[in-house]
Design a binder for this molecule. Structure first.
Ligand code: HMG
Length: 387
């Protein structure tokens, strides 16, 4: 029995900063951001979008195709949690009207959180093939104004339905994981922005990629040429490019060309959205599926990295007619619909979004009708509303 990704949904907030504007405002040569980092835009979440509302919105895009009574598991991976105790997934479950019998919880290990959820969901559906599982990654990457990490921020969510006989990607057996207790990136409880040892984090990322990729190929008796595409966690596009360069080194011209072209296709959405932490790898998957050159039974490798740090490499096989389960037009529209912010407006939104709104004050949202948003708290209980 094949188990894997049957549906994939995406949401990003309705505002962005152009990297050219940011470079000018910060007195940086624009090509450092555009080429050196590899980003052209980044999505910005205002006070009315958080991990919960973005996760609801990402799942809404496919929920009408799901038999809700079959959903046995809902997992949310996030490092932008809204509560130290209650799972973000309970708010999502309620908005999506999932049955009370669903098992639901939140997972945290930096950007690895959504992959952790997918692995749990894959094994769950293998044991309970009559059930499906929803796994959401939803995050706002905030490093702070005028910091080195500012250019690598972003906001958004990707949601997948894991099911038997999936329409998009069958997850193959086997994986290779690697972990180490290190301090490359973290966010203490008293900080709304991440702390990072930037250069060190990029070195550890590449080290973990090489370890897990080699171990995976050796366990599965595969070579690099067996992959049609390799996807990477994309904190910024240049990071994935550096890992892909390591992957294609010493490959024949045909393999190199294929992996490079599919890598480029996998970065088109992230280049405009920025880092969405847990969901970044899966935004790369969506971008590849909608813009790459794939055929049924092609093997796609996935490298997941979460600071702290945890890495994992696994793979999936493309299903026949996978395009029919996607909605490229809607996903492109999601990115194109955003309004460009001036740097002054972005800075104001950034500062405001770091403040907790006073209790019993209703927040409004300028989102389009149909989307959910965070509407403030009542007696310290978070409220979510649909426009
Ligand atoms: P920086 O020090 O500002 O940048 O920080 P730089 O000086 O290293 O320059 C970046 C690149 O631009 C370099 O290229 C320059 O040569 C190039 P590289 O050597 O890397 O190939 N450059 C230019 N290129 C063209 N024209 C120019 C020009 N000028 C310079 N004129 C850094 C960069 C990424 C460290 C910083 O932005 C940062 O700290 N970001 C946040 C940390 C991060 O994203 N780390 C990634 C790995 S860790 C990870 O992925 C996990 C994470 O997602 C969190 C989680 O797991 O939850 C972050």
């Amino acid at each position: 029995m094949q188990v894997g990704i049957d549906q994939i949904g995406f949401y990003t907030p309705n505002k962005y900063v152009d990297m050219l504007d940011l470079a000018h405002a910060r007195g940086v040569e624009p090509n450092k951001y555009l080429i050196g980092i590899g980003q052209s835009k980044m999505s910005v979440a205002d006070q009315s979008q958080d991990a919960v509302s973005m996760g609801i919105n990402a799942t809404l895009s496919y929920i009408n195709k799901v038999d809700l009574e079959q959903v046995g598991l809902l997992i949310m991976g996030t490092e932008s949690g809204v509560d130290q105790s209650k799972s973000a997934s309970l708010f999502v479950k309620s908005a999506l009207k999932l049955p009370p019998e669903v098992r639901t919880f939140e997972i945290k290990e930096a950007c690895f959180g959504m992959t952790a959820g997918i692995m749990v969901a894959r094994d769950y559906v293998r044991l309970h093939p009559e059930h499906s599982a929803i796994v959401i990654g939803s995050d706002i990457a905030r490093y702070g104004l005028k910091t080195g990490g500012e250019v690598t921020q972003g906001a958004g969510s990707v949601s997948v339905l894991i099911k038997a006989n999936p329409r998009i990607l069958a997850l193959t057996s086997g994986h290779s994981a690697y972990s180490a207790d290190i301090n490359d990136f973290w966010r203490p409880n008293n900080s709304a922005v991440a702390l990072v040892d930037g250069k060190y984090s990029t070195e550890v990322y590449l080290d973990f990629f090489q370890r897990t990729f080699q171990a995976y190929k050796s366990k599965q008796k595969m070579t690099t040429a067996d992959f049609t595409a390799i996807l990477y966690h994309l904190p910024f596009v240049k990071m994935g490019l550096k890992a892909n360069r390591l992957a294609v080194a010493e490959q024949d011209a045909k393999t190199k060309k294929r992996l490079e072209e599919n890598f480029t296709a996998s970065t088109l959405y992230s280049k405009q959205v920025g880092n969405i932490y847990t969901a970044s790898l899966y935004l790369g998957l969506l971008s590849l599926l909608e813009n790459g050159t794939l055929s049924a039974a092609d093997t796609i490798g996935l490298f997941s990295y979460g600071s702290g740090a945890m890495g994992e490499f696994y793979a999936g096989k493309v299903m026949a007619n996978y395009e029919q389960a996607l909605n490229k037009v809607a996903d492109e529209k999601m990115i194109a619909r955003r309004q460009q912010l001036t740097i002054a407006d972005y800075e104001q939104i950034f500062k405001q979004a770091l403040q907790l709104p006073a209790d019993n004050i209703e927040l409004s949202s300028d989102e389009a009708p149909g989307y959910w948003y965070f509407a403030g708290t009542k007696n310290h209980v978070r409220q979510y509303q649909r426009k």
